[in-house]
Design a protein around this ligand. Sequence first.
Ligand SMILES: [Zn+2]
Length: 284
Amino acid sequence: MLCRIIFLVIVVAIIQSVKVDAQTPGYKIYAIPFARSGYPFTAADWAQGGSKSEKLDITFSVWLIKSSTGRCILVDAGFERDMEDAKDFQLNYYVRPDSALRPLGIKPEDITDVIISHPHWDHIDGVSLFPKARFWMQKDDFDYFVGRAWQEPKDTGGFAKRDVRKLIELNLAGRLKLINGDNQQILPGIKVFTGSKHTYGSQYVLVTKASRPTIIASDNIWIDANLRQLLPPVKGGTLSSAGYVAAMKRMKTMVKQTKYIIPGHDGIIYKRFPAVGNGIVEIR
Ligand SMILES: [Zn+2]
């Protein structure tokens, strides 16, 4: 009798786990370039100890995580063209981030969620382009961005006042979800992690339910050389060099191949994955 009960319990457990698995959507992940710098940057400009002869194609991207059930999640929102800080990058290509999604058949109002990796202008300024989205941000990052950063001594590098106003409006409209720290599952098959201190509470995204587990690191890894050589970024790239390197080491334990850890600004990733048109690649 006991054996039969144990057997039944096991069978029920298996059926339950299969059901849960079937309910968790499988995702396709796309990297979408919306701007490129024409300035001849080298790895040494971005990574401490990086090579002066390693030329970079500095690219600005958003990443789309698309479920089979109609959920469209963006990681970061990019920026709008009139952003003053963009001038320093001598852009030779720009298409507004919402328009950059069109070749995938995605309209701005199709975006259901935007995970904000951190509130620098090039990642957050585009929030107003996605009228139906709910936004996800680390609570510590939000508090710092809208409050403490603007107190003396100011610590506002990479922050734009207009973006602070946009975030406050989203919060007032009930469209902002604040996440409490590291290792949080925020959506089925999607977890976020902190620790690199690119900004006060910057986060990266692990997609577990995809053809391969994939990390969208955004600027928690600026360029491929940071990850390849475990180099911290140059000044201004983190509040903790040790934290930044430790986060990269930790990311490597979460995926099978480092190819599936996607840095924020290195155009090399567009050569590593299959092209699907208009410069977009599918990360698989
Ligand atoms: Zn950036």
